[in-house]
Design a protein around this ligand. Structure first.
Ligand SMILES: [Fe+2]
Ligand SMILES: [Fe+2]
Length: 268
């Protein structure tokens, strides 16, 4: 069984990339399940029904969140009533979003969860304790599990990788928007990558127009951010899993420069 996971899909450029290139990628890579991190879909901040729905039609099966998931106040109801949107499970119960989502297709099933890091991140509970609590309470038949660990610190991510090794099929990091080159299968069978990167505009500073961010760093004066639309890349990861044991069989990192010919219209 094969999953394809896209690192943070950023703004109009990220959505346009996915809509235009997902059909070809699906033909080429033949994933059973497609999952994206969607916390930056709407102009880089949050997601909305309007920005997510076309991607679901294009073949996305589940969406993970992160610290930006709730940036659009008008979308909180949509997130609450859309089970395939998975929130970090170490946030308060009152934050909208599913704790997990199980995708089932052709006798195969994959459970998707998300956890947020604590280091240099908004306040949340311990990712280690939250994982253990969720794992001990989950149905035993859920053997194939993908964890999106949304975190800033590579040390925290690496440590959680060791913590979950052998208990889940794959742990893929997100949030920094910078892809790391450390994909491996950990000794007890969990596929691991510190950060999948960003599907979106890389001629930028983590998605935002670089001239604006440079001005902010040079002057320390707050300024309104704008999403970039240049330097577009797919950043993703492909994982093969043995459905009987839930152990990973292979992990392949994907980083491709792509062109967009049809730009999405609505940004929110
Ligand atoms: Fe992000
Ligand atoms: Fe984030």
């Amino acid at each position: 069984m094969r999953l394809l996971f896209f690192g943070d899909v950023f703004g109009k450029a990220g959505r346009s990339i996915l809509k235009e290139h997902l059909p070809t990628l699906k033909d080429e890579l033949k994933p059973d399940f497609v999952i994206i991190n969607g916390e930056n879909l709407a102009d880089g901040k949050g997601l909305t029904e309007k920005t997510l729905r076309p991607l679901l039609h294009a073949g996305v099966d589940a969406v993970t969140g992160g610290n930006h998931l709730w940036d659009r106040a008008e979308s909180l109801d949509y997130i609450a009533r859309t089970p395939l949107i998975v929130k970090p499970l170490n946030y308060p119960d009152s934050a909208p979003g599913s704790l997990s989502f199980t995708i089932t297709k052709d006798q195969l099933s994959l459970t998707v969860i998300s956890i947020s890091g604590q280091v240099y991140m908004p306040a949340c509970d311990s990712p280690f304790a939250a994982f253990d609590e969720w794992y001990d309470a989950k149905p035993k038949e859920n053997r194939c599990i993908l964890l999106d660990f949304h975190a800033e610190s590579t040390a925290e991510t690496r440590a959680l990788g060791w913590h979950v090794d052998g208990r889940i099929s794959a742990m893929i990091g997100t949030h920094t928007h910078i892809q790391t080159a450390d994909e491996e299968i950990l000794p007890l069978g969990t596929a691991y990558l510190t950060d999948a990167g960003m599907t979106g505009p890389h001629d930028s500073v983590i998605g935002m127009r670089k001239s604006i961010i440079l001005q902010k760093f040079r002057t320390s004066v707050p300024i309104r951010y704008e999403a970039s639309d240049k330097g577009n890349q797919i950043n993703a990861v492909l994982v093969d899993i043995d459905p009987a044991s839930g152990r990973a069989q292979s992990i392949q990192r994907i980083k491709r420069k792509v062109a967009i010919t049809k730009v999405e219209n609505n940004d929110s």
